[in-house]
Design a protein around this ligand. Structure first.
Ligand code: SAM
Length: 331
């Protein structure tokens, strides 16, 4: 069993305070963050959270660190990265404000975050702003722990992979919070590329896939991940490799094989292959979980396919001939 695998038996031992900051992650994921902080980390490498939002996940992790005898609050640091403001393209919610909505004249919830994380401020290092600006491209410090709840776009994932995945080493722990998100297939195919060098902890914890790095990750693998240097077919094969390792999540609520199949459709969709995307997605419409939770995804993929088909048929020789006949008839 992996060292992270042992944490699954400890869920019942975790009691988190009722007044935890608002969070978009589930109670299971908060408990797991606590358990990793409490049992697995030392603070000798960087402990990093990418996408702290209103601080719910940060709070659970920080609580674990506080109760961890191996973590020294005087020297160890928890690095929290986020825009800490709402606005177009931030993916942050007004619920991250303590009041639950944005005040008239201020779009930053940084002070709200600080207020709620007050007990842990002495060992919390806050990096506010766009990750591309707030992370240091020249920092070589090994990353001991990485909670990734930020990679909502391929652009941001590139930053995560260039500046953080490159600093993983054997023993490092990674939690991918968005693993149940089919629209973020870079999380899935990059994990496929990392499989020879990692050990998956066990079933995902709700939307979170946890793994430990077990072997040094070759620089060329990291370069290919950062540069998105895989063909569509290669990406699909990498996702299949992950599908072969995971099934339903720990709570039995999320069927990951189906979720990852839909992520494959998004690989094709983002590549402009809408017919292929829909041919992957269509059979999944009968999946109970996906039809209940991802109806908007199917709609998006079908619409792109229909639009492409309509444009193609307008350009077809038969259609153009008919247009000429109509125009000729009007003269
Ligand atoms: C899903 S929320 C995080 C939720 C949080 N972990 C919780 O416990 O509720 C994602 C966060 O990523 C942040 N984010 C997205 N792109 C970012 C970027 N380029 N730089 C900094 N923060 C970013 C958003 O501001 C948002 O707060």
């Amino acid at each position: 069993m992996t060292k992270l695998g042992r944490l699954y038996s400890k869920f019942d031992s975790v009691t988190l305070p009722d007044d935890l900051p608002y969070t978009q992650v589930s109670a299971w994921e908060l408990q797991f963050l606590y358990l990793v902080g409490r049992h697995e980390l030392s603070g000798r490498g960087r402990i990093v959270e990418l996408g702290s939002g209103g601080g719910g996940s940060t709070y659970a992790l920080a609580m674990g660190l506080r109760e961890n005898p191996a973590f020294d609050e005087k020297t160890g640091r928890l690095h929290a990265y986020d825009f800490f403001r709402v606005g177009k393209g931030t993916f942050a919610s007004e619920k991250f404000f303590t009041s639950g909505h944005k005040p008239e004249d201020d779009n930053s919830f940084l002070n709200d975050f600080r207020g709620r994380l007050e007990p842990f401020l002495p060992f919390l290092e806050i990096h506010a702003g766009d990750l591309w600006q707030t992370s240091d491209p020249d920092d070589p410090t090994p990353v001991e722990f990485l909670h990734i709840d930020i990679a909502k776009t391929a652009r941001v994932f590139r930053c995560v992979s260039e500046r953080f995945l490159t600093r993983l080493e054997p023993g490092s722990i990674v939690l991918h919070q968005d693993f149940a998100g089919p629209r973020l297939p870079w999380l899935h195919h990059s994990t496929g590329a990392l499989l020879p060098y990692i050990e998956i902890a066990g079933p995902p914890i709700r939307s979170t896939l946890a793994f430990e790095v077990t072997k040094p990750i070759p620089a060329d693998v990291l370069k290919r991940i950062s540069e998105d240097d895989y063909t569509v077919d290669e990406k699909l094969a990498l996702i299949t490799a992950v599908q072969n390792r995971i099934d339903r999540d720990h709570t039995d609520g999320i069927p990951f094989k189906s979720v990852l199949e839909l992520a494959k459709a998004y690989v094709a969709h983002y590549d402009g292959q809408h017919k292929r995307a829909w041919s992957i997605a269509k059979p999944l419409t009968s999946d109970e979980y996906l039809s209940r939770t991802r109806a908007d995804h199917f709609e998006q993929l079908k619409k792109a396919y229909d639009t492409e088909r309509a444009a193609k048929s307008r350009r077809s020789p038969v259609a153009r001939f008919k247009q000429l006949l109509v125009r000729g008839g009007k003269r």
